[in-house]
Design a protein. Structure first.
Length: 257
């Protein structure tokens, strides 16, 4: 077991204990948005500025609501007993992503925007999640992003004296790999439809999260699955056409080999 005696990491500055998770969460939003602005200046955006702003607003409101709804559904009896403040304070990135997706699609229907809008957000979102997950890791067992007890060689003491799967670190490694994969696809001569990079991210990330949930010490299940896993399945169902196209494409490539 790797021993990290400083977990959770709570630095003290001028006599004040710093909530490093909260600091990195705000930093994730700031860096992600700045990276989005950087990419937008260097690409030809087929969506007008007004429509893009409307899409961002739709994403924000959809993410705010669903991030809290899914956090509540992770353990409804517990959160219900804690009252409305529990609903407002708890949130999950999975609900935020899917809620943002629904918010965007609703706004696009209202304003009549036909162009896919996700590609420009893809890499900034991944970068933001990586920074946020670093904060989750440093928070140790104070944030519900730690794993079950394990004898696996990567097990870590996250603050409670037990060897646990460092789920946040697993996620960071996966997301960095996904980030560089999408970057390479963008640079390659392989023609992809507009919106494909965002779909690759969503399908890849939600598939990964479905699997990694089995390593978390969840306590509330419905038919053996957590609420996050049901959300993952719902998202994959949403993209079933794209998944089917990818499978058929892979089959054709294997047949040619």
């Amino acid at each position: 077991m790797l021993s990290l005696i400083f977990m959770p990491y709570e630095p003290i500055l001028f006599g004040i204990k710093i909530n490093i998770h909260l600091v990195l969460e705000y930093l994730a939003f700031f860096v992600g948005f700045q990276y989005y602005l950087y990419l937008r200046k260097r690409t030809t955006d087929t969506i007008s500025t007004n429509n893009r702003l409307s899409i961002i607003i739709g994403a924000i409101f959809g993410a705010l609501f669903f991030s809290r709804l899914m956090a509540f559904l992770e353990n409804p009896p517990l959160h219900y007993s804690q009252g409305i403040l529990s609903f407002l304070n708890n949130k999950t990135i999975m609900g935020g992503l899917f809620g943002g997706l629904l918010g965007v699609e609703l706004v696009k229907k209202v304003i009549g925007e036909k162009q896919s809008s996700g590609d420009l957000f893809t890499l900034p979102i991944i970068l933001g999640i990586v920074i946020g997950r670093l904060g989750c890791f440093l928070a140790g067992t104070k944030e519900f992003t730690f794993g079950k007890e394990t004898t696996f060689f990567l097990g870590m003491d996250l603050g409670d004296g037990l060897s646990r799967h460092p789920i946040a670190l697993y996620e960071i490694v996966f997301l960095l790999g996904l980030f560089f994969l999408i970057r390479q696809l963008q640079k390659s001569a392989l023609p992809l439809k507009n919106g494909s990079y965002f779909k690759i991210f969503m399908i890849g990330y939600f598939t990964f999260r479905f699997m990694i949930e089995f390593l978390k010490p969840n306590t509330y299940f419905l038919l053996g699955l957590s609420s996050i896993q049901y959300l993952c399945l719902l998202c994959l169902l949403y993209y079933y056409k794209s998944i089917g196209e990818a499978i058929n494409y892979a089959r054709k490539k294997l047949y040619l080999l």
